[in-house]
Design a protein around this ligand. Structure first.
Ligand SMILES: O=C(O)C1=C[C@@H](OP(=O)(O)O)[C@@H](O)[C@H](O)C1
Ligand SMILES: C=C(OP(=O)(O)O)C(=O)O
Length: 434
């Protein structure tokens, strides 16, 4: 635990923040390189706890990778039948605990998955049930459908030619299947009945497969979504990973609540990242967002011109903690909807956000699937990160406007942004030198 006092605003922000690679794009690039038909070189892979655990998991399953942090990172794919048991530490990473079990189950050799104690609370059952339908055998050490468990394959396409997964709690269940089933020896239809969440992340998965020559086609839309996947290894690809636009959130938030402007270099012109939605959301709340060269510049609203928002976030749930902190600083109330699935994130984020916002002076109604936030005069509070990177950055944003705000564990940001404390201090102190 690294106790931290959040730096308070020094005046309008004038910062350029160069962000490391996207967690979600890094995981997909590593995964697909590890099952490709030849070696790949990846540029700009995020170096953080989640991606290190992801890479270590791939190595446990037989791929050979240069250390995360080396640029470019080379990946020699796994080859042939894995022998001997594997042990995979998921930490608190949804990508590791969801994307790697299907890959492990390609082999008859056992693979044991475990993670942080909070990871044992995160939902997995619908994915594991789908893997059992594809022939996996899974033994649970504790509660069924949770970590820790041991999985054995091999997976095979059932006679019916389809498998169903309920992805209403997490898009990662669906992405996990789509990322591995091209390695099965027959076409498979992957069905996901019902409401989907985090649609951009599903599009990101499909786009990553298509870029590597995989044949995948969406054959039905919500509420009976289905994809047909043809067998075939992905082609190797040398790829440059885009900056993490979700992690741009706290820095853009700094200009929203303190005024001034923040520049993010290399903001992609077209992307499947959920974080691209910041431009639309923050413009609706009073900012001006413009492209400038290859980057994005956000000019925060004038004092008193930051308005609240009523928004369905089912597609972009990972932006909710930063947005909730901005809403607490707005002039008018906000409503965040469609995010019941945040209760299965690193912590129950709706509960954690409601309590953090109340401690900071807002009035909050916690609904099953969202939050109503009525801003009040902000006050300093002792916030908890709950091991959650986005709860840590939520506290940092509130601290800008409430001097004396503390956080029990700023090191939680190492999940996706280990340099957060330094980047944040530089961003905030740009106000003083402006
Ligand atoms: O596939 C991915 O890389 C992710 C999918 C989303 O998960 P959920 O659909 O569980 O929200 C997102 O929130 C998470 O941060 C990353
Ligand atoms: C939900 C998140 O992460 P994970 O990949 O662990 O699900 C997140 O980063 O907001």
């Amino acid at each position: 635990m690294t106790h931290w006092t959040a730096p308070a605003s020094q005046g309008p922000i004038r910062a350029t923040v160069r962000l490391p690679g996207s967690k979600s794009l890094s995981a997909r690039a590593l995964h697909l390189a590890a099952i490709a038909s030849g070696p790949s070189r990846l540029h700009g892979v995020l170096d953080s706890r989640d991606t290190r655990l992801f890479a270590a998991g791939l190595e446990a399953l037989g791929a050979v990778l240069s250390p995360v942090g080396r640029d470019p990172l080379s990946v020699t794919p796994l080859d042939g039948e894995r022998e001997g048991s594997a042990s995979i530490d998921c930490g608190l990473a949804g990508t590791v605990m969801r994307f790697l079990p299907p890959l492990a189950a390609l082999s008859a050799a056992p693979a044991r998955f475990d993670g942080d104690s909070a990871a044992r609370e995160r939902p997995l059952a619908p994915l594991l049930a789908a893997l059992e339908d594809l022939g996996a055998r899974i033994s649970f050490e504790g509660a069924p459908g949770r970590l820790p468990f041991t999985i054995r394959g091999p997976l095979r396409v059932p006679e019916c030619g389809w498998v169903e997964v309920d992805a209403g709690e997490s898009s990662q269940f669906l992405s996990a299947l789509l990322l591995t089933v091209p390695l099965l020896d027959a076409p498979l239809e992957v069905r996901a009945p019902g409401r989907l969440v985090s649609a951009p992340h599903i599009e990101m998965t499909v786009a990553a497969l298509v870029r590597r020559g995989c044949r995948i086609e969406r054959i039905a839309a919500e509420p009976h979504s289905a994809w047909r996947v043809e067998p075939g290894r992905p082609a190797p690809l040398d790829e440059v990973i885009e900056p993490d636009l979700s992690n741009a959130g706290p820095f853009l938030a700094a200009a929203m609540v303190c005024g001034g402007e923040v520049r993010i270099p290399d903001w992609p012109e077209a992307t499947t990242q959920a974080g691209d939605a910041w431009r639309r959301i923050l413009t609706a709340m009073g900012a001006r967002c413009e492209r400038e060269g290859a980057g994005l510049v956000l000019r925060g609203p004038e004092a008193d011109a930051l308005t609240g928002i009523d928004i369905d976030m089912s597609d972009i749930g990972e932006l909710a903690p930063s947005l909730a902190a901005i809403c607490a600083c707005a002039k008018t109330p906000s409503r965040l909807r469609g995010i019941a699935h945040l209760r299965g994130h690193e912590t129950d984020r709706l509960k954690a956000l409601a309590s953090g916002l109340r401690a900071a002076g807002a009035r909050v109604v916690e609904h099953d699937d969202g939050l109503e936030i009525a801003p009040g005069p902000l006050k300093p509070a002792a916030h908890r990160a709950w091991g959650d990177h986005r709860m840590a950055t939520f506290a940092a944003i509130l601290g800008l406007r409430a001097p004396g705000t503390t956080l029990d564990d700023v090191a939680a940001t190492s999940k996706t942004l280990p340099d957060f404390p330094e980047l944040w201090r530089a961003c905030v102190s740009s106000g003083r030198s402006a």
